[in-house]
Design a protein around this ligand. Structure first.
Ligand code: DAH
Length: 369
């Protein structure tokens, strides 16, 4: 066993001499100052403060020093390491600040520039109006009923007491699926939903049924081959035309505002008896244009009333066709065009606007009409 190496001369361990440590530090500080980016600095950190850096290698020599020299060398190394670490940290935060500034400059977003994004559009006013109508009737205890758009002609016509030779059945008015003998049509009205409701439900029945219907019309300002109607049907004991009138008055006021009146005008529909046209008091002049020539009204043509739809007491033949005892139960029914209702209610003058799908039209209504 050899004793401590007292003959060892610290000056011989040149890596630990003050000069060489100063030189290593100076070299490191130079490299740190010269690091132009965070990536550079990472390499500099590895080279000058990593496990294989000159300082780390020199540090390993401390163990070989005589005890008397260890403390001094250790202190020198500690100071040197501290200097390099501080310089690295300082340079890192400077470079980070520089990078942040660069990112902010290069990646700025001008929030005032016009956006290049497709507009969201809006719900179609016909949809929101149909929902509104359903809400009015749901509040009165009605159910919403549905039926198919492709319908059996028995349901669309025969069961509704439309005779086989009725002109509405011709191909000039009705879209037949395949041939007229197919017995399948695109429904021309929402009234077949009455038939389905009566076949599927038990009396008493209170249903409202909005839906799409089809007729062979040309598209113009007041016609479209695809349009919407809403049908109402009530079947119960003891119903009268007074119930029908009260229901329509309430519906009209919910649609067009308090105080609006309706008028029933005798008419004919095969599925109702008696039948009537429902007129709506003109909501612009409220009828004043009839007697006052100074107040002529473009909305109603100074007639004071606007035709809104059809209605009547369900023809007992229709009740019988669907197996309801017509000596015990009576029904009332009504139907009107949703497009027409939207035109009156919101001042839309051209039906083509409703089918063209231009978002400028739908957006004007917002989410609710
Ligand atoms: N379906 C008829 C039409 O399209 C409208 C109608 C009239 C519906 C009288 C009814 C009604 O329910 O009772 O012209």
């Amino acid at each position: 066993m050899s004793g401590p190496n007292t003959s060892f001369d610290p000056k011989q361990v040149s890596a630990l001499s003050a000069e060489s440590v100063d030189a290593v530090v100076a070299d490191a500080l130079g490299a740190i100052a010269g690091a132009a980016s965070l990536a550079d600095l990472k390499e500099v950190r590895l080279a000058h403060a990593g496990d294989r850096s000159p300082l780390a290698l020199a540090n390993r020599e401390i163990g070989a020093l005589p005890p008397a020299a260890k403390a001094e060398a250790g202190k020198r190394m500690g100071i040197a390491r501290g200097q390099i670490k501080d310089a690295l940290d300082q340079r890192e935060s400077d470079l980070q600040a520089l990078r942040d500034e660069q990112v902010l400059n290069e990646e700025t977003v001008d929030v005032t520039l016009p956006v290049d994004r497709s507009p969201m559009g809006g719900r179609h006013p016909l949809t929101t109006l149909m929902e509104r109508i359903c809400d009015v009737f749901i509040a009165m205890g009605y159910d919403v009923a549905e039926g198919p758009e492709i319908e059996a002609d028995w349901v669309n016509f025969d069961a509704l007491n439309v005779p086989p030779d009725h002109p509405a059945r011709t191909m000039q008015d009705t879209f037949y699926v395949e041939s007229p003998d197919s017995g399948v049509v695109l429904r021309t009205q929402t009234s077949p939903i009455q038939i389905r409701a009566m076949l599927e439900r038990d009396v008493p029945i209170y249903v409202v049924a909005p839906g799409r219907v089809f007729r062979t019309d040309e598209l113009d300002a007041t016609h479209t081959p695809v349009f919407h109607q809403v049908e109402g049907l009530a079947v119960d004991e003891g119903l009268t035309m007074a119930d029908l009138k009260g229901t329509l008055d309430h519906f009209a006021q919910e649609m067009f505002g308090a105080g609006i009146r309706t008028r029933l005008r005798p008419s004919y529909f095969p599925f109702t008896e008696p039948s009537a046209e429902i007129d709506l008091q003109c909501f612009v002049c409220r009828g004043e244009s009839i007697s006052n020539p100074d107040k002529s009204c473009r909305t109603c043509g100074s007639e004071g009333w606007i035709e809104w739809g059809g209605c009547g007491m369900v023809n007992p033949r229709v009740l019988t066709a669907v197996g309801i005892d017509s000596s015990r139960y009576r029904g009332f029914a009504f139907g009107m065009g949703i497009e027409r209702t939207l035109m009156f209610r919101n001042g839309v003058t051209d039906m083509r606007d409703m089918v063209e799908g231009d978002v400028r039209f739908t957006r004007a209504f917002g989410l609710e009409s």
